[in-house]
Design a protein around this ligand. Structure first.
Ligand SMILES: C[S@@+](CC[C@H](N)C(=O)[O-])C[C@H]1O[C@@H](n2cnc3c(N)ncnc32)[C@H](O)[C@@H]1O
Length: 333
């Protein structure tokens, strides 16, 4: 490895190794980052399911409903951060049932009305807006509600015969997404390899999944032969690399993957140039959509871009995404 890459690797490693092991275990699977309701994570699971079961068109309906569920939970989470009483939450279900666009002072967004109207009654929204006891809404949304689609996918996928694709996840953290590939019943179809530069993350991942292939590794210097994996997915890494290192990482993931790559970005904009922002010993860059796309098109057959915020607005009429700078790329090799 060149000296500059060795130095950048050392800095990146220190940037995550400095955190407490227990913080690393959970900090990226909480609140809006919870992969059950985090849209980029959901899109990656859907991508893998589409590769595994290309003819299952009725899965498309379920995928659509799963995104709607995530949006409903995200909307409620935002509402819970405002002063609100549990009887106001319950009145939302009543208003939805009556086809009203407001419950008292609470405006009910169009996506919620449309989603509710398309579901049979009772449905998960009755639990979602009715779980809080009369005295308080301070309690977190219960796990059994957050697991609604996990349970559905698990039951459906249990009936599918086994078939396997090989999948690589660089920068896997503490098995942040793999945990949910497992609980959603998807992991058993994957010949999965996850790696991360931070040993503490890999320690956590192995603690959770002793039998899975988690290893310490560097996306800037992978020792896998060319085209070792059918698919690759990677979330929230590229913004933290210098632009030359990002070129190396893109080249490396395209080299080791045969068919397709999904990438989740958290800080991308439709701007001409990357905005390089060094922070401590790593980066927190604003990536240029055009420049990043160019890096992939130079090496790929096709690149499909999903600007998450406008995609949610146009497809689901959801206007309140928490991160307007999130993008997903689907790269076909
Ligand atoms: C923002 S976290 C994202 C973790 C996970 N992908 C997720 O979305 O929850 C970035 C991760 O990249 C890892 N990382 C940073 N530089 C890396 C490199 N050169 N090779 C592999 N992993 C790296 C860090 O250790 C950290 O776990």
């Amino acid at each position: 490895m060149d000296n500059w890459l060795t130095l950048e690797t050392r800095n990146l490693r220190q940037s995550w190794q400095k955190y407490d092991q227990h913080i690393l275990m959970d900090y990226l699977v909480q609140d809006v980052e919870d992969p059950r309701i985090n849209v980029p994570s959901i899109l990656t699971r859907h991508y893998l399911l589409r590769q595994l079961f290309p003819g299952c068109y009725d899965y498309d309906y379920l995928m659509d409903q799963e995104i709607r569920f995530a949006l409903a939970v995200n909307w409620l989470r935002k509402l819970l951060k405002t002063p609100i009483r549990s009887e106001q939450l319950r009145s939302i279900v009543y208003a939805l049932g009556e086809g009203q666009s407001a419950a008292g002072e609470i405006l009910i967004p169009r996506f919620l009305q449309e989603t509710f109207a398309a579901l049979k009654f009772p449905n998960y929204m009755c639990y979602l807006f009715g779980y809080a006891p009369v005295e308080t809404v301070e309690l977190p949304i219960p796990e059994y509600i957050l697991n609604t689609f996990q349970k559905i996918w698990r039951e459906i996928l249990e009936q599918q015969p086994g078939q396997t694709i090989s999948v690589l996840e660089p920068a896997c953290g503490s098995a942040n997404d793999y945990r949910f590939l497992h609980t959603f019943g998807i992991a058993r179809f994957l010949d999965y390899t996850g790696f991360d530069l931070c040993e503490k993350n890999i320690h956590n991942a192995r603690h959770l999944f002793a039998a899975a292939d988690f290893r310490v590794g560097n996306v800037l210097a992978m020792d896998f032969p060319d085209q070792s994996f059918d698919y690759c997915f990677i979330h929230d890494l590229f913004e933290h690399l210098s632009v030359p290192a990002m070129e190396v990482a893109v080249s490396e993931i395209c080299r080791v993957t045969r068919q397709g790559i999904v990438i989740g970005f958290f800080n991308m904009q439709d701007i001409a140039l990357h905005q390089v922002q060094p922070v401590a010993s790593y980066h927190w860059n604003i990536l240029s959509l055009a420049r990043t796309r160019e890096m992939f098109t130079a090496r790929a057959a096709a690149v499909r871009v999903i600007p998450i915020s406008s995609w949610l607005a146009s497809k689901f009429h959801f206007q309140e995404t928490h991160n307007p700078h999130a993008y997903a790329f689907y790269v076909e090799l």
